[in-house]
Design a protein around this ligand. Structure first.
Ligand code: GAR
Length: 191
């Protein structure tokens, strides 16, 4: 089986990225992490990449809060291409990608989201699920399109919501499921 070249994008602590890098290292995920990119200068995700010896880069996002400045997005595409990335893996990347990236990696960008989509797209989905009185939540891996968490669903994992859950305990339980689901889903892309 040929290893698929992945590029991981994230804005935060990088626990999903770390789970992916661990599964690659222990041989259960046939992929090669070719680059890790963050729009946050001191994000934990970059430290995980450094620890695992994966090339990594900070991408200056520009003046917008929820998307990249056009020049930044063109630089992102170039960095991914230079690294020979075949599959773009969003792992807590908190900006919406636009045409330059969506066109360059058509049907080759995936994201993990902390809810059972199509329920609760957007920010802090676990809080939305609690506020709605749900008894089950979970996580979803989906293709990325021009919308917010709206692309075709690839895989899902359910997680119970317990009576005493706080936003923190629920998010932690969902993240345990994410760290199992994401590497397994990426494995489906290996030829
Ligand atoms: C994850 O829970 C992921 O589902 C969420 O950000 C977190 C990143 O955690 N993503 C979204 O909400 C995207 N809409 P991590 O940095 O520890 O992997």
């Amino acid at each position: 089986m040929a290893a698929i070249g992945i590029g991981i994008l994230g804005s935060g602590k990088g626990s999903n990225c770390r789970a992916i890098l661990e599964r690659i290292r222990d041989g259960t995920l046939c992929a090669e992490a070719r680059v890790v990119i963050s729009d946050v200068f001191n994000a934990g995700i970059l430290r995980h990449a450094q620890e695992f010896g994966v090339p990594n880069a900070y991408l200056t996002p520009g003046k917008f809060r929820t998307k990249l400045e056009p020049e930044a997005e063109i630089a992102l595409v170039q960095t991914l291409r230079d690294a020979a990335v075949e599959l773009v893996v969003l792992a807590g990347f908190m900006r919406v990608l636009k045409a330059p990236t969506l066109d360059a990696f058509s049907h080759r960008i995936i994201n993990i989201h902390p809810s059972l989509l199509p329920k609760f797209p957007g920010l802090e989905a676990w809080k939305q699920a609690l506020a709605a009185g749900e008894t089950v939540s979970g996580c979803t891996v989906h293709y990325v399109d021009a919308g917010v968490d709206s692309g075709e669903i690839i895989s899902q994992r359910e997680v119970p919501i317990l009576p005493n859950d706080t936003p923190e305990t629920l998010h932690a339980r969902i993240q345990i499921a994410e760290r199992e689901l994401y590497p397994k889903t990426i494995a489906q892309f290996c030829e």
